[in-house]
Design a protein around this ligand. Sequence first.
Ligand code: SF4
Length: 62
Amino acid sequence: MKAFVDPDLCIGCTQCAGICPEVFSMEGTLAVAQPGELPGELVPAAIDAAQNCPVSAITVSE
Ligand code: SF4
């Protein structure tokens, strides 16, 4: 699984970085996801962050 933040949608609320800081971090005013394959143990938290993003900017997919 890989995580992606759409920079055109992110409003910089920082929620994803709070829920799953291992994967999401703030870069300036926007969130970015760690590139590449997610370690399996981080996938549930990454999905949780995606589901809690207020603007659905996060995709977690194969
Ligand atoms: S939760 Fe969504 S809107 Fe908020 S910083 Fe993360 S990607 Fe951006």
